[in-house]
Design a protein around this ligand. Structure first.
Ligand code: FAD
Ligand code: UDP
Length: 367
């Protein structure tokens, strides 16, 4: 009999397995229905020997010293700042939109102050900024919105930006200067030997037993463990009894090319053309040297594994009902992007798992 059954070996499940095993001496059974650990952050070498991210590009960034220090126990890091170009009207321009984006698109030579005036003239007054359209047009106006955000968002989510919470497009800042980094967090690093190796180090403990290719539905929980942590989709746990929660999925097309480099930056976004949203070249992320290169196309779809909760009011309301069920569930903790229906990055999920561990310690003091 284990102390804990943990469903899902991604960030949420693995951080909690590590904490429970090392800090409390608890015995943990960690299962995943996939054939590997790491959840969506899983990376592996392909046939050509190139390290790639199976579930799309994962770039680690955080402003939290505590989260960075915690993960640093399990990996060395490689400094990496992500840069992205968006292909608009045949030009490849920096996204997030910055001074060079505007100058490049319109053939201008604005400086930072001109840029402020330029955008102020175009920005639309929106009294109540609620949606992903509002938050962009109120800052940069309609033309840039349509060129960089409208169709990309429709493609990615199958919804118009006006149907999505402002939090979605608000992930992409506006820059008046020439900073072309995708993120500006204090800590921007990739695990030096990859995510999977980091997870292996995290889970390397006698108190943790890992079983892969095992689905929760095939486990008799009462026989397996006293308590449980669930990191899969919360609606699935409850048998969809309040109707399914919508998720967005992606189809990943990985290609290995017989040349050293394919594109001039790690990711190229396509806000105007193609069925895919972006193409990422993995060697930029991993720093690997190799005569060939692997790229990944992301095709958004409704079918397939749930990857993204869809932030909009009706979905939040449905999740709240599931959350009530989750809170009433005895001896089960729900953690992670799918179990709490939150569009969280890896560092946020790590933070959520560490906070859950602190709550567990308060509720169940170590004997
Ligand atoms: P997951 O990684 O989804 O892990 C949950 C695990 O539970 C899965 O392995 C699943 O197989 C397993 N599971 C589910 N149900 C069951 C069941 N019934 N039985 C057994 N096992 C089950 N974050 C960043 O910080 N930076 C990025 O650049 C970034 N890029 C991303 C790109 C893409 C395309 C996607 C989809 C996400 C990206 N993220 C990024 C977000 C990141 O993937 C998540 O924050 C993180 O992986 C969530 O961890 P998790 O443990 O909550 O969930
Ligand atoms: N987005 C966009 N154009 C871009 C990049 C992003 O419209 O070139 C919008 C889109 O709605 C996307 C959201 O901003 O889903 C968040 O982008 P991010 O790159 O953070 O998405 P993720 O990496 O999580 O898929």
């Amino acid at each position: 009999m284990f102390d804990w059954l943990i469903v899902g070996a991604g960030f949420a499940g693995s951080v909690l397995a590590e904490r429970l095993a090392t800090q409390r001496g608890d015995k943990v059974l960690l299962i995943d229905r996939r054939p590997h650990i790491g959840g969506n952050a899983f990376d592996t070498h392909n046939e050509a020997g190139i390290l790639y991210h199976k579930y799309g590009p994962h770039i680690f960034h955080t402003n939290s010293q505590a989260i960075f220090d915690y993960l640093s126990q399990f990996t060395k890091w490689r400094f990496y700042e992500h840069r992205v170009l968006a292909e608009v009207e045949g030009k490849r321009l920096p996204i997030p939109i910055n001074l060079d984006t505007v100058n490049g698109l319109y053939g201008l030579t604005l400086d930072e102050q001109d840029m402020e005036t330029f955008l102020a003239h175009r920005a639309e007054a929106v009294a109540d900024i609620r949606t992903s359209e509002d938050v962009v047009v109120s800052k940069i106006g309609r033309d840039l919105y349509e060129k960089f955000f409208k169709y990309y968002t429709r493609k990615q989510w199958g919804l118009d930006p006006s149907q999505l919470d402002k939090s979605v497009t608000a992930r992409i800042p506006l820059r008046l200067n020439r900073d072309d980094r995708y993120f500006t967090d204090t800590f921007q690093f990739m695990p030096a030997d990859g995510y999977t190796r980091m997870f292996e180090n995290m889970l390397d403990h006698d108190n943790i037993r890992i079983e892969l290719n095992v689905d929760f539905k095939d486990i008799v929980k009462e026989h397996a463990a006293r308590r449980m942590i669930f990191t899969g989709p919360v609606d699935e746990y409850f048998g969809y009894r309040l109707d399914p929660l919508p998720y967005r999925s992606l189809h990943f097309q990985h290609e290995t090319l017989d040349k050293e480099w394919h594109q001039s930056t790690a990711s190229v976004n396509y806000p105007q053309a193609h069925d895919y949203t972006r193409v990422t070249e993995h060697k930029y992320l991993t720093g690997q040297s190799h005569p060939k290169t692997t790229i990944t196309y992301e095709f958004p779809t409704d079918k397939g594994d749930p990857y993204y909760p869809i932030p909009r009011p009706e979905n939040a309301a449905r999740y709240k009902l599931y959350e009530q069920l989750a809170l009433a569930e005895q001896d089960v903790w729900f953690v992670g992007r799918l179990a709490t229906y939150r569009y969280y990055n890896m560092d946020q999920v790590t933070g959520q798992a560490l906070a859950t561990f602190r709550r567990i310690e308060e509720t169940l003091p170590t004997p």
